[in-house]
Design a protein around this ligand. Structure first.
Ligand SMILES: [Zn+2]
Length: 304
């Protein structure tokens, strides 16, 4: 859990990190969230600050209107009224948001999308999810599940996605999909060449390893990286057809590849634009603090 004390200006005055301990079950995680929030409010007062609101963001399906963590595969939340629990514990107004949507909110208002009104934030890590931010506000959808760009179908009959369907964007272009695809192909080519009997096992490979090997000119890594970029461009082109944004901000672990990701992605996206305007494609600027900042913004917005 990444936590922060944030001034209304967006200035971060204190940060903390705590283990989620998801294996303890959702009730224990909720207790920990409330304990940490209370501790942060106490810390603020001890430092002569006045806490005015509490923002919390969680993964999964989040109903922001009722402040309910509806569903989360990672933490096991099922209809947890987290906003009201936090408000009761802290005696402060509280807001509950979705991790990627609040990250997008922060990037759009304070980070890489600053100065533009229509922003699509796309987080690429173990999965792929997005936030569509218009005039500083991220739409949550009718059921709290807007922005699931990772489940756009880009490769019918392709690799099976965690959602159960073959060919979703995140089954091809997420960091975990890139690592998996490379390991499969490398293992297959090793098996083909096994007659020399001396080839080492492929071992554990990350998307960052694949990026490094592609940059060093390794053919197989280059192919896997290109395939991922092409599929990502298909997904972003669909996003642009739907949302017509000025800026697409790429965040999450894969964005650390920088120009190696953004340069070919920009070119591939440009090829796919017909009458749509090409968006500016940039890397996220706020790093790990985007979520805490966005949760704070959401809490401040809820006071208005
Ligand atoms: Zn899917």
């Amino acid at each position: 859990m990444k936590c922060a004390l944030v001034r209304p200006s967006g200035e971060v005055v204190h940060t903390e990190r705590h283990p989620t301990g998801a294996a303890r079950g959702p009730a224990a995680v909720v207790d920990t969230v409330l304990d940490i929030a209370e501790g942060l409010a106490d810390k603020a007062r001890a430092d002569g600050l006045t806490p005015v609101a509490c923002g919390i963001a969680v993964p999964g399906v989040v109903d922001e209107a009722t402040g309910t963590a509806v569903w989360s595969a990672n933490v096991g939340f099922r209809d947890v009224p987290l906003r009201d629990l936090a408000a009761a514990r802290l005696g402060l107004p509280a807001a509950l948001g979705h991790d990627v949507r609040v990250g997008g909110l922060a990037e759009a208002r304070l980070g890489a999308g600053r100065g533009t009104t229509h922003v699509l934030f796309v987080a690429i890590g173990t999965g792929i999810a997005a936030a569509h931010v218009v005039a500083g506000s991220a739409a949550a959808g009718a059921h709290g599940a807007a922005g699931e760009i990772g489940h756009i179908l880009v490769r019918p009959g392709g690799p099976r996605c965690g959602c159960g369907r073959p060919g979703c964007l995140e089954a091809v272009s997420s960091a975990s999909a890139i690592a998996r695809r490379y390991a499969e192909l490398a293992e297959a080519s090793r098996a083909d060449a096994a007659s020399d009997g001396a080839r080492p096992a492929v071992g554990v490979v990350t998307a960052a390893n694949v990026a490094a090997r592609a940059a060093a000119g390794e053919e197989l890594a280059g192919r896997v990286w290109r395939e991922a970029v092409e599929a990502l461009a298909d997904g972003l082109a669909t996003g642009q057809a739907l949302f017509d944004v000025q800026t697409i901000v790429i965040g999450g672990g894969l964005a650390r590849a920088g120009g190696q990701l953004l340069d070919p992605l920009r070119a591939a996206l440009r090829e796919r634009m017909t009458f749509h305007r090409e968006p500016r494609l940039v890397a996220a600027a706020l790093g790990d603090e985007a979520g805490s900042l966005g949760a704070a913004l959401l809490a401040l917005d809820s006071l208005e």
